[in-house]
Design a binder for this molecule. Structure first.
Ligand code: MGD
Ligand code: MGD
Ligand code: SF4
Ligand code: MO
Length: 726
């Protein structure tokens, strides 16, 4: 294919007839409903131990197979991330496997008489086309001309390929937890990690700020929360919305975007009343005096005025934190990129934890370890590389949002091609118009996905990966409180003409003349890795997971601690922040207020869905078929909105949502915000079950405020109103 053949890359909505016909063929016979998952066990059934991929927690799963069909998925007992249980999404994962809308064959964009469409292609043809474009872009435009966007565990093999020749970025840095990770790293010398290094199960007093655990359903994180509640832990939920978590404890309905002011207020009280852990702070931190200078003005009265939380409650929570310390915790949260000052909010939370002396104490912040299976070192590409350097001085990773901007601007270097694996950039990245414009400028896009998600409609080549239930991936060996290594293995062979990522990237490497980047087959590779720790693939396939015996989590009283910060101590005042001209002590700066008649658009998760990746899953759609817009009852009365009616949402800049959304009137949100679950409202009709069901919040997350420290994309300064007209 000639580069830049499609001057205007149109979104291809309906693919050719074969897709429809094969979908029909599979929809009746292979799709299993939730009821059939209840079927009792028969002799001859087999159980395959593997790892879930419906979200990024990676629980251990037992995949139950009968007559070569997956009929049930349950939680692996011995896997530390599932402990025998799954969340509803993991249990309904076979809804993805048997989704009749799955990508089934490689597809290539064609143009005939001005009409663009996808035609079915062989793997040989599709992969040759990808390899030729990759090589050509490199020749014509030099290093960095091709970049990759990846999300999900399966991306490890693409990373192996790209790390040596291109730029890889994931939306989880710019749009999810980047600011949290960097904020904690600046303070403690290490980030929080995923799964988070927190000992919630043993916590006696837990303050959670804008992290609605229970609706955001990370399996063992929720199990730990239930354990803590059972043991009598007190909970405080700081959220403009009465979350499920808020219903289990104290609700502080904070005015949005004022959280730094609240945390500064708490720091003020702890220092003023000398209720912080004076010994711990003296031994392990630097900057307490400067911290006090920096928060002196954050009186309880001012805090109450800024946040809308009554002064007595501000004081009560601060004192309770001190009373329960060191078994008290300010949870670091997860999706932390909100308002453009998020590194500072994360820093403020990190500092408050330090004052409580909860580091490596029951119920506090903990550090975690890997099981530690050494990697196999493959040779690297010796390509010239772009020296990526972010314009944000303390960015620790590549921002996917910045890469999209670079693509559009053509600087600091030329980007002409994207490889997109496992991330639906259209619905994931803020400011859709920017993404569309960047796409128009590109000469080549290849996407690797399991579903015809929106991004694939803009691609030149679509490579259908088989689902996580049909493939091996690399070993899961990441940090956790109980170090473990787990296996993902196929429960059933790949359906249709789909392939595992490892095969796709091996073919691509070979087409680029590299035969030494991958083993001949994945089983040999995994076995070789496991032999390095004296184990075998056979054993891991059988057990599913190896867990290290007890590793100590807590510190001894007065144990000397060392931190990887410039001072070697916890930095209450950050030397690096100061060095780069930022406040060493987090300050609060007021944010934009609602324009008249507009409501701040907030969003979050629902237990039965993961973003847009499950909103075409028939099993999960049965539990939650669409999202709703939560509107405060009094606010609705003022403007005449009725419960259950469908409305369009209109952004301040005039953009209207593609679809309408059902109104849910409730007392559970403040009257200055509206709230929806993110991930609904697919606009690609190939996703037949999820097409136009509800609204996608990303259509309205248009305005961004970028964190000057590390580039986090704040997307919560978007204001909407309602329209009944189509
Ligand atoms: N407006 C708004 N934007 C947000 C958020 C928000 O709340 N609101 N949340 C942000 C957060 S926290 C995150 S983490 C990101 C998430 O962003 P994404 O990870 O992009 O989320 P998804 O929309 O689920 O897209 C995942 C894509 O991977 C595909 N996929 C699923 N399984 C596989 C697989 O096994 N192999 C391959 N190759 N593909 C697969 C799915 O079909 C889908 O196209 O979004 C961020 N963006
Ligand atoms: N079921 C399910 N669970 C998931 C996921 C999923 O898709 N589905 N995704 C996973 C991923 S990748 C992530 S990052 C996490 C995200 O989970 P969280 O970290 O909990 O983030 P959100 O889901 O965006 O929820 C944001 C919460 O913050 C509140 N909020 C909004 N603005 C403010 C504010 O100004 N101040 C305060 N204090 N609160 C505010 C909202 O009302 C909402 O309750 O969930 C994970 N768990
Ligand atoms: S939390 Fe749920 S969706 Fe996420 S990996 Fe575990 S079972 Fe799967
Ligand atoms: Mo996330």
């Amino acid at each position: 294919m000639k580069l830049g053949k499609f001057k205007r890359r149109e979104f291809i909505k309906i693919s050719s007839a074969f897709l429809a016909s094969s979908a029909v063929a599979h929809s009746g016979s292979q799709f299993l409903s939730a009821e059939s998952a209840e079927a009792s066990v028969k002799s001859g059934d087999r159980v395959v131990k593997s790892i879930c991929e419906i979200c990024f927690w990676r629980c251990g799963i037992d995949v139950h197979v009968r007559d070569e069909k997956v009929y049930k998925i349950t939680g692996q007992k011995d896997h530390p991330l599932s402990r025998g249980r799954l969340c509803p999404r993991g249990a309904g994962g076979h809804g993805l496997l048997y989704d009749p809308d799955r990508l089934k064959h490689p597809l290539i964009r064609e143009i005939v008489n001005g009409r663009q469409f996808f035609r079915k292609a062989s793997w040989e043809e599709a992969m040759t086309l990808v390899a030729d474009n990759v090589k050509q872009l490199g020749q014509d435009y030099g290093p960095g001309a091709l970049v990759s966007f990846t999300h999900g565990f399966g991306a490890s093999f693409l990373k192996r390929l790209c790390n040596s020749c291109g730029i890889v970025s994931a939306p989880s840095y710019a749009q999810c937890r980047g600011a949290r990770e960097d904020g904690f790293k600046l303070t403690y010398g290490h980030s929080v990690g995923s799964p988070e290094g927190v000992d919630v199960a043993n916590c006696k007093y837990l303050v959670v700020i804008g992290h609605h655990l229970g609706e955001n359903m990370h399996n063992t994180a929720v199990q730990d929360l239930s354990l803590a509640i059972k043991k009598g832990a007190k909970l405080v939920a700081v959220d403009p919305r009465f979350s499920v978590l808020a219903s289990k404890g104290k609700w502080l309905p904070i005015k949005p975007a004022t959280d730094i002011a609240l945390v500064r207020g708490w720091i003020h009280i702890l220092i003023k009343e000398k209720k912080y852990n004076i010994d711990f702070v003296a031994q392990n931190t630097v900057g307490i005096d400067e911290l006090w200078d920096g928060v002196k003005d954050a009186t309880p009265e001012l805090t109450a005025k800024l946040t809308g939380i009554p002064v007595e409650q501000v004081v009560e929570v601060a004192r309770d934190l001190a009373r329960y310390a060191p078994n008290a915790l300010i949870h670091p949260g997860r999706r932390a990129n909100w308002y453009g000052d998020d590194t500072q909010r994360a820093r403020s939370m990190a500092i408050l934890n330090a004052l409580l002396g909860n580091y490596k104490m029951p119920g506090g912040l903990i550090t975690q370890k890997k099981y530690g299976v050494p990697p196999i070192n493959f040779p690297k590409f010796k390509h010239p590389r772009v020296q990526y350097s972010s314009k944000y001085p303390l960015a620790s990773k590549v921002s996917s949002f910045e890469i999209i901007q670079h693509t559009l601007e053509g600087k600091p270097w030329d980007i002409h091609g994207w490889i997109v694996y496992g991330t639906n950039l259209i619905h994931t990245s803020a400011n859709q118009a920017l993404t569309y414009e960047a796409i128009t400028k590109l000469k080549f896009i290849a996407s690797i996905d399991v579903l015809p998600s929106e991004i694939t409609g803009y691609s030149d080549v679509i490579l259908p990966e088989c689902t996580y239930l049909e493939r091996y991936d690399d070993l899961d060996d990441r940090t956790y409180r109980e170090p473990y290594v787990a296996i993902r293995q196929p429960a059933v062979p790949p359906m249709y003409d789909s392939k595992p990522g490892i095969e796709i990237f091996k073919i691509l490497a070979e087409k680029m003349g590299r035969f030494d980047l991958f083993e001949d087959d994945i089983e040999t590779y995994l076995d070789k890795r496991l032999k390095k720790i004296g184990k075998s693939l056979e054993e891991l396939k059988e057990k599913g997971v190896f867990v290290k015996p007890e590793t100590p989590l807590y510190r001894q009283p007065n144990q000397k601690l060392k931190f990887k910060t410039p001072s070697g101590k916890i930095e209450l005042v950050s030397s690096k922040m100061k060095e780069h001209g930022f406040d060493g002590v987090p300050q609060y700066t007021p944010h934009r207020e609602n324009p008249d008649g507009y409501y701040r658009l907030l969003f979050g998760r629902a237990p039965m869905h993961s973003f847009g990746r499950t909103t075409n899953n028939r099993i999960l759609l049965e539990m939650m078929p669409e999202n709703t817009i939560w509107v405060n009852e009094q606010a609705a009365e003022r403007i005449g909105l009725k419960d259950g009616e469908y409305v369009y949402l209109v952004h301040e800049n005039g953009t209207r949502s593609n679809n309408n959304i059902k109104v849910k009137l409730t007392q559970r949100v403040r009257d200055d915000v509206v709230y929806m679950v993110h991930g609904f409202g697919h606009t690609d009709p190939r996703l037949r079950a999820g097409y136009m069901k509800g609204v996608n919040s990303s259509e309205l997350t248009i305005d961004t405020v970028i964190d000057p420290v590390m580039g986090a994309v704040g997307i919560q300064h978007n204001f909407v109103t309602f329209s009944r007209g189509a």
